[in-house]
Design a protein around this ligand. Sequence first.
Ligand code: NAD
Length: 260
Amino acid sequence: MFKGLTALVTGSTSGIGLGIATTLAAKGANIVLNGFGDAPAIESLRAKLAAEHGVTVRYDGADLSKQEPIERTIGRALSEFGAIDILVNNAGIQHVAPIDEFPVEKWNMILALNLTASFHTIRLSLPAMKAKKRGRIINIASAHALVASPYKSAYVAAKHGIAGLTKTVALEVAAQGITMNAICPGYVWTPLVEKQIPATAKARGITEEQVISDVLLHAQPTRQFVQVDEVAALTAFLASDAGASITGAIIPIDGGWTAQ
Ligand code: NAD
């Protein structure tokens, strides 16, 4: 499906991004992996993806909360592959605290990674997409791009920002064969969700078990976590030729959460 195309998936050493990179590689795309983690584990992941799917897989461990590393990462990908045909802005972090106790450095970091990094990757990837008259940009936003939850001010602000960025850029490039959409998952069981459970329990004065049943799964009428593979399959569809007319869309995949 994606033979000869290249996908950059930010934050693809873990969770949703890893699932997306695996799915796109299985459908023939060359992959640029990005994210933090144990170097030997990342190298064996890189080699496994390349060998199993017969595609080129590179790893770039840039810290995307900073402008210069983003510029280097995109520059390297463009010089090796000619274009980033499928850009998946997925890297993201969370911090849970009441607004009047919210650490300023956490606010700055969340806005830098969850919002501003996408501004940079998009602006730097677009010229090559325009030259090819084809491109797919998929932002992994969140149900929190549509609705709020208490104690997640920076995350909710950044994700609402991504929704606005998605609609705006989609309009700017609509006539040039390039689509841009935001996928809005509900809760997916990944390290990002697991790590926020203790802080949510503290902020709400409940146990960690209650956070899972009364906060996370309570938000989703299905009472199930969304699966990584489901988010990856939706990403692959949007990246395919069949997704050509879907642009500027803010698409929930949240077990009914935002239908309420
Ligand atoms: P995760 O913690 O499993 O993965 C995050 C990835 O981002 C990792 O590869 C990590 O190394 C990378 N990363 C962190 N800081 C980085 C930085 N400064 N530079 C580059 N990479 C960095 O999280 P996840 O749950 O898979 O989340 C992925 C995306 O999905 C995030 O944008 C998140 O907001 C969004 N999302 C997650 C959920 C959920 O329930 N898990 C729900 C909705 C949206």
